[in-house]
Design a protein around this ligand. Sequence first.
Ligand SMILES: [Zn+2]
Length: 345
Amino acid sequence: MSVDVTASDTITPEVLPWQLETVKQLVQLKQNQRLPHAILIQMSTRMDSRNFGWYLVTALLCEDSDQPGVPCGSCQSCSLMDANNYPDFTFTTLEENDKTHKLNKDIKIDQIRRLIHQLSLTSNLKGGKLALIYPAEKMNQSAANSLLKTLEEPADQATLILITHNAGKLPITIRSRCQNMLVGNPSADDAEDWLKQQGVTVEQVKQYLLIAQRDAQQALKLSNQEFIKDLDQFRSRMQEYLGNQLDVTSLLGSMKNMDPSTFRLLVRNLLSETIHACLKQPLDDSTKHQIIKLIDLTKHSNFILQTEENNLNFQLQLEDVLISFKQIQNRGNDNASTEPGYLVT
Ligand SMILES: [Zn+2]
């Protein structure tokens, strides 16, 4: 098996209750010999989804399952998958750079060529050839172009599964040649039940789900990180900043131990809470103008705060967003003589 994953990674196959339906559907298609040769699965969660991919492949290959979509865990295929040694399966993901030991930013053409070669070989076992690419949106352009030829002329008995968090970043030519599927987030009730089972307190469940925009896996991660404490600290520092008791450098300095992804989430919440607070006010021209500005700033910050690899740049971009935010808030307050829109709970 060709596995472009670092040897130290161990993958425990597991699937969340709301993800099982997609696995069942695909297992059913395979049993009926109607499995498409290329499947693109978009995940709504922002969390790492390689476990889902691994589980799906294990379920597709299992020879002795007595529950639809649930691998038995003990047949030859399950054992080989568990040992990361299934001969007809290829997993392609971001590789570690030999020198820096950091993950590459993209999936490269050499990796896709290896995958195509593997798919062209005769199967060792009877399950057919299977390849998984995750996160598919990280394929660079030449890698995607190379894959396209395989999608146009698929090898016999070969199935290619692409899993992505952002299908929009994949070329339309790839998307259109795959069977597209979506693994969404759970309903609010299912998410709440699941989070309670994971030990999140009843009082915090709704709050974390709101912050994580119904992504239950991310809500759990935030709960484990005690994100609410960070949020409370950020809110009180922000109040001081808006009241001119703190400048932007001191504001960021007071939270310097926070990692960029947490900061990005805090800023996203700050902006969305402020927009919601504005929407509760009488919608005069001033408030409308403020909302438009805030939406523009949200789009801008979503775009520019993706640069966590470069800390200095991230810090500057963050200052830029917070300065713009304060200007919008001050202008809104001057015009409307209302309380600051932000700082609602
Ligand atoms: Zn099995």
